[in-house]
Design a protein around this ligand. Structure first.
Ligand code: 5RP
Length: 234
């Protein structure tokens, strides 16, 4: 990606983050996602907490987000200490026309899925590169236990998924939950729901990055602004 594309992508993320921060209303319990788009959400939300004296409770999908939010004076609670989550705002790596998505590029997929699961309403903020016709170009993250991960990897390889253990420098990347991530190269995912069930049935797999029937609304960046895509009710 050249400099101009990088700048455009960054401007889109900023626009999305700022737009999404305005969806938060006084008194809400808000789920905060993880990633570079969410970083802009946090900045704007921090400003609103400060300037408008918003009374909100936040729950975080990662230690990185919790730290950043606290530094911006956004009050972060343990997920076990809130009874409901009104709204969760998170990023996404890829989404298809049926609102299925791949998440976990930042390694937070397990907590992201749990927070989305307990949330009444979930919104993804997606720069223009994230919309695809079919999922799979983005390698699918699969979170696995360190115990026996070589065997889980072998099983994934047998299934034809070319897993690669995610690294952070020369060490294995470790999630907030203490697990490893195997990035699986699929190219095209024909049936995301069936694949998700298949992956989670493998011993050693904690969770996979396919998010099916999770999101209610997607904010996608356009040239000038933000489009709101609403999930069609079946
Ligand atoms: C982290 C995620 C992120 O939401 C996803 O990777 C998008 O990140 P970004 O906003 O930096 O493009 O799933 O686990």
């Amino acid at each position: 990606m050249n400099r101009a594309d990088l700048d455009r992508r960054k401007a889109e993320k900023k626009r999305l983050g700022e737009y999404a921060a305005n969806l938060v209303k006084d008194g809400m319990t808000v789920g905060l996602g993880t990633g570079s788009t969410v970083a802009f959400l946090l900045e704007k939300l921090g400003e609103r907490v400060q300037n408008e004296h918003l009374q909100i409770k936040a729950v975080s999908t990662s230690e990185a987000t919790a730290l950043a939010a606290r530094n911006l004076n956004i009050p972060v609670f343990d997920i076990n200490d809130v009874s409901t989550v009104d709204l969760t705002i998170d990023g996404v790596d890829e989404f298809d026309p049926s609102f299925n998505g791949i998440k976990g590029g930042g390694g937070a997929l397990l907590y992201e899925k749990i927070v989305a699961f307990v949330s009444d309403f979930t919104v993804w903020i997606a720069d223009s590169s994230k919309a695809v016709k079919q999922l799979g170009a983005f390698p699918l993250p699969v979170e696995v236990t360190p115990f026996g991960y070589q065997h889980t990897m072998k099983a994934l390889r047998k299934m034809g998924f070319s897993p690669e253990c995610r690294m952070s420098g020369n060490k294995k990347f470790v999630t907030d939950g203490g697990h490893y991530i195997l990035d699986c190269h699929m190219e095209k995912i024909i049936d995301p729901k069936a694949l998700s069930v298949r992956l989670n049935a493998l011993p050693g797999v904690v969770e996979n990055g396919l998010f099916i029937d999770v999101v209610d609304e997607i904010l996608i960046a356009t040239d000038q602004g933000v489009d709101i895509l609403k999930k069609k009710k079946l």
